[in-house]
Design a protein around this ligand. Sequence first.
Ligand SMILES: C[S@@+](CC[C@H](N)C(=O)[O-])C[C@H]1O[C@@H](n2cnc3c(N)ncnc32)[C@H](O)[C@@H]1O
Length: 456
Amino acid sequence: MVEADQGALIESARFTVDDGLSAARALASSVDADERFEFARAVVHGTLRAYWSEVGSNLHCRWPLRVLPDGVEIASIPEEAGALAQCIGAAAAQLDPLEAGYLVGVLYTTLMPRAARAKLGAYYTPPALCERLLDMATDAGVDWASARVLDPACGGGAFLAPVARRMVAGRKGQDARAVLKDIERRLVGFEVDPFAAWMSQVVLDVALNDLCREAGAQLGSVVRVCDSLEQAPAGEGFDLVVGNPPYGRVTLSAPMRRKFKRSLFGHANLYGLFTDLALRFTRLGGVIAYVTPTSFLAGEYFKALRGLLGREAPPASIGFVGKRKGVFADVLQETLLATYRRGGDPGSGTVHFISSGENGSIEVGAAGSFSLPESSDQPWLMPRTEAQGALLSPVTVDIDSEGLAVRRADGSLGPVRFPESEATLLASMTPENAHADLLAEPNDREIGPCGPELPG
Ligand SMILES: C[S@@+](CC[C@H](N)C(=O)[O-])C[C@H]1O[C@@H](n2cnc3c(N)ncnc32)[C@H](O)[C@@H]1O
């Protein structure tokens, strides 16, 4: 197909899926709250059935759609909802599997009852952010040809599928069956929601279709349905623990509080527990790559976690995600991407800021670098823009006829020149007030990336 036609087809498929999402939300609003979860699963199951059948004819998939895990029943839904699922599934098949998987995941999570969604912290990550985090993991030293990788909250496979693709690329030219077996050995997901675990496997099936066809076999199960917080590491540990863990305050049982004591100070937040968990599952020298809220950087409730990270796995790189609504369909609150190296040098790390580009792509700008405070449980101050980068690192300031020039410690000219009016403003900013938003206490219930809500 000509490239322009292909582009138009993809655009039109995106419109159809978008419209389908709105129509599905409207249908769900007339479903009783206690039947909403079954409704969400039935619509998404119908969508993935249609998707699979369409993709199958395009890609010559030889296998039937994977069976659902034991205990997951699919309820019947009104004809109108079934037709809608069919339409969304067929349109999604025109998109890259990772984009399709994300959009079907958004369908699932926005149809869920609000309370169940909040309890699970089910907010899936857009593909461009996943790829960015995986690039940061590469920069931190992850070798996709050999790394063992865990996503302890894998949802619909947002990270598992692109990681699997990188594993395949890292083994290019090798026997397909051996590569498939190798991925089964090296890739692991945990997920408490059995339906989401099934979605992950389906997305993996499509993302690895070429390899599976060549190998003449399907990928075995790589997702374990379990409560991650109850798991204990066995063996050497993973080279990379990656993901977007659930967020939100939780009340812990006494044994759980004891288990995570080292990272707790006051209220527990799920993402803090999952960060502590990642440390336990990562081998010495391995990398943690997480999407989380920014509140742990300075919030008092996260001081024990900051201390633990500073001692055991200092951050290597941080990317702040632009907070404007609509930047990423599913992201509302202050979010960052970070890599940490277990046993790494607590020297300095780099900071980037990430904003939205065209069609779900992202733009990345360098903001500077940071060093942890001497006592790492203290707030971590870091720049979020080039201008703050200049302010927070050691600089000298010259004022000449063109205004103010920032000079770095190495003598080079900084990235910005401010006219005199801005120079006055900047001179009044200290590192603390440049980052004042992070010094606030975390919200009562930190619900991260979120999309349009339905009445619960
Ligand atoms: C923020 S979503 C992220 C999903 C996926 N990694 C992504 O980035 O799109 C968090 C996921 O964690 C799962 N989850 C919540 N609590 C869990 C637990 N205790 N054990 C395992 N999974 C859990 C939720 O069901 C949800 O799918």
